[in-house]
Design a protein around this ligand. Structure first.
Ligand SMILES: Cc1ncc(COP(=O)(O)O)c(C=O)c1O
Length: 449
């Protein structure tokens, strides 16, 4: 739908996405808050999508959007890669749930152990949240210790443990409803500060350290590889389980994830998104001796008192397994990653050139095929200084306006940035950069930047 000239950004948004506004009004009558994932909360209303293909999606008004959200990063191969679609369609005719073991889950696990350097064993889950919850439980059971260290601003899903220390103030859980007893077991260290980890290890009996290996909050808070190496050495020395949360970086940073790209071997890792080829799924992988805490043995006493229990009706369901096998097979040669990384480099350079040319304070940054935009002087400085609180708190108003302006200009950012994929082309990157240029024009006209 064409936007009339002389309109404000909000008016342009409301005009272009009129059908979405109606759907959101309807949704609020039955869905709490009108949304099904907190990051989809977006004022004045979110956009409703009806179909997607490759690097694009189309909304309820028929607008074509270049997609940088890409299934929250699950779609390394783009929407509806033919090999994934064929595999899932074939599987659907054979059954979606056998309530039994099946060969595809074995094939899927074999692929994962082949690709991931540290994966001696695998256990599938249905999401990244379940994976980090299980990995922490495995580590606690293995070490017999209760406390875990996580990093301020790093995201590990939405279970009780993961939401302690996620957003400032870090000593208050990011969600209501989390028991104090749980919060008391989660210690918060400063990203890129090995002394803060050492100080906590000196004071507490710690089971595990969990970290987003590619940087906190989907790479918003960049991680120093030297710090990761120091963290590996320190946790090994103290016999503390090191968990790399590879839900974002897994099969994206490299076929074997961030651990392969950086050459660092964690004890356990957590995966979701790309692992299941765009369908629901996740996994914990790692050292066999640690993951054996989940094994049912002939020892009834061990089984009842020392074993880690894991269930989940849809774990490794045949449809997810089929999509996962198809996607990982394609991702295993590193070509989708190399293509996406190259386009992300082009995009980051293009966005930064636009910022400079327009004289707008800001930065486009990120690693691998993830990009982030931070607008404003304070936010840009926070990124350069890797100031966690600054990165998480600066530029919120500008980011929301930018996302709205980008949608008006035909591009769907994920929050303050997004993903590139195998399906994106150089023409898509050019389109994204010129949309960013026009979007900044909106923000300048409205004196938001
Ligand atoms: C690093 C990280 N860990 C865990 C999760 C949670 O995964 P899920 O949304 O599949 O529960 C996410 C989700 O974005 C994530 O980015």
């Amino acid at each position: 739908m064409a936007v009339q000239s002389g309109t404000t950004l909000d008016e342009a948004y409301s005009q272009k996405f009129a059908r979405s506004r109606e759907l959101f009004a309807r949704a609020t009558n039955s869905i709490v808050g009108g949304i099904t994932h907190d990051t989809r909360a977006f004022g004045p209303f979110p956009v409703y999508v009806t179909r997607a293909q490759g690097s694009k999606k189309w909304d309820a008004d028929g607008n074509e959007l270049l997609d940088h959200w890409m299934g929250h990063g699950a779609l390394l191969l783009g929407h509806n890669h033919p090999a994934v679609v064929d595999a899932v369609q074939e599987q659907l005719t054979l059954g979606t749930h056998y309530g039994a073991c099946h060969e595809l889950e074995v094939q899927w696990a074999e692929l994962v152990t082949r690709l991931v350097p540290s994966a001696e064993r695998v256990r599938f889950t249905m999401s990244g949240t379940e994976a980090t919850m299980l990995a922490l439980r495995d580590a606690r059971a293995f070490t017999g210790r209760e406390k875990v260290i996580r990093f301020a601003g790093h995201f590990h899903g939405w279970h009780d443990y993961a939401l302690c220390g996620y957003q400032p103030p870090f000593d208050v859980p990011t969600s209501a409803g989390i028991p104090r007893a749980v919060a008391g077991t989660v210690l918060v260290a400063q990203p890129n500060d090995i002394d803060s980890v050492r100080a906590l290890l000196d004071q507490h009996a710690v089971a595990a350290v969990i970290i987003e290996a590619g940087g906190g909050s989907n790479s918003s808070i960049p991680t120093d590889v030297q710090f990761l190496k120091a963290l590996r050495a320190l946790t090994r020395e103290r016999e503390v389980v090191l968990i790399f949360d590879e839900v974002i970086t897994g099969f994206r940073w490299a076929p074997g994830g961030a651990q392969q790209r950086y050459g660092i071997t964690p004890d356990l890792s957590t995966w979701a998104k790309i692992i299941a080829g765009g369908l629901p799924g996740g996994a914990v992988t790692g050292r066999a001796d640690i993951m054996d805490v989940q094994r049912i043995t002939g020892d009834a006493r061990h089984n009842r008192f020392q074993r880690v229990l894991q269930q989940g009706t849809f774990n490794a369901n045949p449809a997810s397994a089929a999509a996962g096998v198809a996607a990982l097979t394609i991702a295993s040669d590193g070509q989708p990653q190399a293509h996406s990384d190259r386009l992300a480099d082009m995009l980051r350079a293009g966005y930064n050139e636009v910022l400079q040319r327009r004289g707008v304070p800001g930065i486009c940054y990120g690693e691998s095929s993830v990009f982030k935009v931070m607008l404003g002087e304070a936010g840009t400085e926070a990124v350069k200084q890797r100031d966690v609180v600054g990165i998480l708190q600066h530029g919120r108003r500008e980011a929301a306006a930018l996302r709205r302006a980008m949608l008006v200009e035909g591009v769907d950012l994920m929050g303050t940035g997004g993903f590139l994929s195998l399906a994106h082309t150089e023409a898509d990157v050019d389109r994204s950069i010129s949309a960013f240029d026009r979007a900044l024009g909106w923000l300048q006209a409205e004196k938001i930047v």
